[in-house]
Design a protein around this ligand. Structure first.
Ligand code: ARG
Length: 392
């Protein structure tokens, strides 16, 4: 079995005898990794960046190393960096700014705007095909709260305090539901078996210590302390605590109107905001998230669909990923980010950009992308709609 490396061990390879950052070791590792795959973190580690890092204080140099640890430890990284605290986006802007622009395809100046005005009745999947009636539609936003470290650099105590702060919020924010904690000894602690049941329903996140991106970057440290999930009584609204971001605010709706899942998500988000929590925001980048891919809106919206023809019975998932990418979408397996697709080519499809677009545009892009993707699935089925993609 593949074993995961934790940040404190992994980072030692990039320190000198005195424990200071050794940039030559970092450079050598990026060069080695570049032969396999060039992540954005690798690409933007330029000689000019190295010069800037040399001018930073010792402690900021250590932070800079922490930011790169996910990329340095994983040869399959496409991004490879995580912020460790909200200020990283300013202190290390010479490195992170161009990377963010490339990922979100930003040209020129962009200041993040928010717009939750998403029409109900417009982005309706049955308009694409009348069989797309009961589709699993999901949307989430990533959020972190002002004044706290981001998950890669929280210590155990901070993780536990954060969880308890959220438990107070859940007690008062007005939507009926229940909190389930993974923290040993917590008053809401659930058993491993109950946790697995929640995973089988695709509600709860996976054991974070099995993902080397999360362990090597420190995101998974102190697992399972300070981790848990709040679930609404009707099981359509959820809040993850202590995964990649302090909070992942989620809505899952079975139906065909993409606007309805937004409505549900926005209701949940507003409920939390009214409780007085202030989220970490950047004047340009919008909401601050651990991974630069989520900056801006922090919103990821997806549907689960089957694409047996484009994927040739699930044997060619690369093809679906490629086609999706050409439409500004991302396709992944249903078991989470790095999971594989099944024989029916079941995939989770979402727009990639989350910064420089509004919440409303994310939904529009998903809908418009799906029209094209559906068309391509029909073509791959030789024009026979009966044999093709049933989004479920
Ligand atoms: N750090 C990983 C990589 O570079 C994940 C990037 C995007 N996904 C995420 N969950 N933030 O491939």
């Amino acid at each position: 079995m593949h074993t995961c490396v934790f940040k404190d061990d992994a980072r030692k390879a990039y320190l000198d005898a005195e424990g200071k950052l050794d940039l030559a070791k970092v450079q050598a590792r990026w060069t080695e990794l570049g032969k396999i795959k060039v992540s954005l973190g690798n690409k933007y580690f330029t000689p000019a960046v190295v010069e800037k890092v040399k001018g930073l204080s010792d402690s900021d140099q250590q932070r800079f190393l922490d930011v790169m640890m996910g990329g340095l430890s994983n040869d399959d990284s496409s991004v490879g960096v995580y912020a460790t605290r909200p200020e990283d986006y300013d202190v290390f802007s010479f490195y992170l700014e161009p990377l963010i622009r490339e990922y979100h395809k930003i040209e020129g100046q962009t200041k993040q705007e928010h717009d939750w005005n998403i029409p109900v009745g417009e982005y309706v999947l049955t308009k694409i095909d009348s069989r797309l009636e009961k589709v699993s539609m999901r949307a989430r936003v990533a959020r972190n709260v002002k004044g706290w470290n981001l998950p890669p650099s929280m210590d155990k105590d901070e993780r536990i305090r954060f969880e308890n702060k959220m438990v107070e919020v859940f007690g008062s924010f007005g939507i009926p539901g229940k909190y389930h904690s993974l923290t040993p000894g917590h008053k809401n602690q659930i058993t491993n078996q109950q946790a697995d049941e929640l995973r089988n329903k695709h509600f709860l996140f996976n054991d974070m210590t099995t993902d080397n991106h999360l362990t090597s970057s420190g995101v998974a440290s102190d697992w399972p302390h300070g981790r848990g999930i709040w679930i609404s009584e009707d099981e359509t609204k959820m809040i993850w605590i202590g995964e990649e971001d302090q909070l992942r605010i989620i809505s899952i709706v079975q139906g065909n109107d993409l606007g309805k899942v937004d409505q549900s998500l926005h209701e949940l988000l507003s409920g939390i905001e009214k409780s007085g929590l202030e989220f970490a925001e950047h004047p340009i980048y919008g909401v601050i998230t651990t991974c630069p891919t989520n900056m801006g809106t922090g919103k990821r919206q997806s549907i689960l669909g089957k694409f047996p023809n484009i994927t040739k019975g699930g044997t060619d998932e690369k093809k679906l990923k490629e086609v999706a990418r050409s439409l500004g979408l991302q396709a992944r397996g249903v078991g989470g980010e790095h999971s594989n697709m099944d024989k029916e080519g079941t995939a989770d499809i979402s727009p990639s950009a989350r910064f420089g677009v509004t919440e409303a545009i994310v939904t529009k892009r998903l809908y418009e992308g799906l029209i094209k993707l559906y068309d391509m699935e029909v073509q791959a089925a030789g024009g026979n709609r009966q044999n093709c993609c049933i989004i479920y």
